[in-house]
Design a protein around this ligand. Structure first.
Ligand code: ZN
Length: 142
């Protein structure tokens, strides 16, 4: 009987570092562009809103929404930077919760992932909190 176990054993190795570094740098570039255009749009819209809209509440709402978006983008940018650092440090592709390797399939979909899929599910069930005994001070996912 032959069983295909490629998926389970396909883990990140240092030979693939450049492949993932390229993916991370590309993602970081597009994210930086996105953040720049978001902040430019935010400045423009608040200026126009100030002139044309009497309703300050909705202007605040728009700005709050944009701010929230920027926070999410900013968080992802931080995660990408951490991932690039861990590529340099040699601990890329290792789950921060259980220290097992993260599958390459998952890293390809999300090169800045810091949790294996099992721990990700566990955290989701736990309202996003880290399990006991794990340092919860660092962001792990967007
Ligand atoms: Zn894990």
């Amino acid at each position: 009987m032959r069983k295909c176990r490629k998926e389970a054993t396909d883990t990140f190795t240092t030979e693939r570092a450049e492949e993932f570094r390229e993916m991370l740098l590309k993602e970081r570039d597009s994210l930086v562009r996105q953040i720049k255009s978001l902040s430019a749009a935010s400045l423009t819209s608040s200026r126009q809103a100030g002139e044309e809209l009497a309703d300050v509440g909705s202007d605040d709402f728009i700005r709050e929404t944009e701010l929230h978006l920027m926070t999410e983008e900013g968080r992802r940018l931080a995660l990408i930077n951490v991932a690039i650092q861990s590529l340099d440090g040699g601990n890329y592709g290792t789950c921060v919760d259980c220290a097992k390797p993260i599958s390459v399939g998952r890293l390809k979909a999300k090169p800045y992932a810091r949790l294996c899929i099992d721990c990700k599910v566990l955290r989701e069930e736990n309202d996003g909190a880290a399990p006991e005994g794990v340092d919860d001070s660092e962001p792990v996912e967007e």
